[in-house]
Design a protein around this ligand. Structure first.
Ligand SMILES: Cc1cc2nc3c(=O)[nH]c(=O)nc-3n(C[C@H](O)[C@H](O)[C@H](O)COP(=O)(O)OP(=O)(O)OC[C@H]3O[C@@H](n4cnc5c(N)ncnc54)[C@H](O)[C@@H]3O)c2cc1C
Length: 400
């Protein structure tokens, strides 16, 4: 088995290293928070620099201005950026948005958005969750009704990551009632709503780090033209499911290289003390091995996706593993360095890197599907165990 990258990806890695040597990661300004996924903070200048090199549309077909390169090259690009701690926050999400537009977008949406995404000038947030619809997404109550050539959307979304730093929202809304649609999964439509649409208000939510990461979105008679539907009317949930595996994969692919970087920072910082703490040293080495193994699982998953092989449970399993691993690395940092890792500012240990890891890792086993719900996916779809549709006590009658 060949564990290394093929020559084209090796060359790309060298190009990325040269680009980062010219202007190191810490010299780029930050525009929005590092969410802890391994992709760093949002830096619009950095994103535009990636766009100028053709690295945002690396794998897109040339018809859409892409370079048509293989997926393995994209894995190499993302991994190299994560290992260096670069502020490429929205890159994976941008690419996924563009890939959905290429697959499912209408020509007007494609012409409007793909060039801007490729240049690093358009970014999307996800408007799925609502105050009473999280794990049970199909309980959402945001409505859109047709009015001539437009739709009028009313509703309330919550926990939309980095919405205020983006240009558009992907808003899931009910366009046909459950009874008429025949099921809760039918009758939902995905809209691409510009952030400056009249009637859309974004309210920031301060995160544990003290920065703004999440937003609530209030939609009060927001009017969007019908061409702003992504995919087909009433088939929004199917569209969402199609992209979910990819989202979970790309959303966590950079975590193992970022954790490897953080473990190596930690190892260097505590090296002198480790000799006298064999139990801690063992935990550190075990976590390093787990990070390596998780990295390989993500590469395997990338290969499965690239080959078009069905992945009924893998993204749920690997995402949960990566997020729980991140929490264990953060806990080790706390045990090794004490509560000082939570300090902010110039005197913070390791420049505050462990603070960010510790505080952001808390929400990651909730984001994109909670570990509890995803374990059910692995149990039923992976292990073939029977479903128990009885809602857990206190979960407001929900099921995933
Ligand atoms: C960091 C972060 C980023 C996020 N980004 C976005 C975003 O960009 N866009 C967006 O739309 N949303 C986003 N979310 C919201 C996220 O998708 C929801 O928080 C998540 O789906 C859980 O929903 P909930 O918060 O309503 O919890 P609930 O669904 O109410 O769950 C509460 C508890 O009950 C458990 N539970 C619920 N149902 C079951 C079940 N059937 N079996 C077992 N246990 C169950 C859950 O595991 C959890 O422990 C984000 C959340 C976080 C933390």
């Amino acid at each position: 088995m060949e564990f290394g990258y093929p020559p084209s990806a090796q060359r790309l890695r060298a190009d990325v290293q040269a680009f980062l040597a010219e202007r190191p990661p810490e010299t780029w300004p930050h525009d929005a928070m590092d969410g802890g996924y391994g992709t760093g903070a949002y830096s619009f200048e950095f994103l535009r620099a990636l766009g100028a090199r053709g690295w945002i549309g690396l794998t897109w077909p040339s018809r859409w201005g892409g370079a048509g390169r293989p997926m393995i090259d994209q894995l190499a690009l993302m991994e190299e950026l994560a290992l260096a701690g670069a502020p490429f926050g929205p890159l994976a999400g941008s690419d996924q948005w563009a890939q959905s537009l290429i697959r499912e977008g209408n020509p007007t949406l494609q012409a409007d958005l793909l060039p801007r995404i490729a240049a690093g000038e358009a970014l999307a947030w996800q408007g799925y969750s609502e105050p009473d619809a999280g794990s049970d997404l199909l309980a959402l109550t945001t409505r859109a009704r047709r009015d001539g050539d437009e739709y009028r959307i009313d509703g309330h979304k919550i926990w939309s990551s980095e919405a205020g730093a983006c240009t558009h929202g992907m808003v899931l809304a009910r366009t046909t009632g459950v009874e008429e649609a025949g099921s809760r999964a039918g009758g939902l439509t995905m809209f691409v709503v510009p952030n400056d649409a009249p009637g859309l208000t974004l309210r920031p939510i301060v995160s544990l780090t003290g920065e703004v990461y999440h937003y609530e979105a209030f939609l009060d008679d927001v009017r969007v033209p019908a061409w702003r539907i992504m995919g087909r009317e009433n088939e929004g949930f199917r569209e969402l499911l199609k992209g979910l595996d990819r989202d979970r994969f790309w959303g966590r692919f950079c975590k193992p290289p970022a954790l490897a970087r953080q473990l190596s920072l930690l190892r260097r910082h505590v090296a002198a003390d480790l000799a006298g703490q064999p139990a801690m040293a063992r935990r550190l080495v075990e976590l390093e091995a787990e990070v390596d193994a998780t990295r390989l699982l993500f590469h395997r998953f990338g290969w499965l996706l690239d080959q078009g092989i069905p992945t009924p449970y893998e993204s749920a399993l690997y995402k949960t593993m990566a997020d729980e691993l991140g929490q264990r690395v953060a806990n080790l940092a706390l045990d090794l360095l004490g509560s000082d890792i939570l300090l902010d500012g110039p005197g913070a240990p390791l420049g505050g890197a462990m603070r960010q890891l510790y505080l952001t890792s808390v929400g990651q086993t909730i984001a994109g599907g909670t570990s509890e719900v995803l374990r059910t996916t692995v149990a039923t779809r992976g292990l073939g165990l029977p479903r128990n549709d009885a809602p857990p006590a206190g979960a407001r009658g929900r099921h995933p």
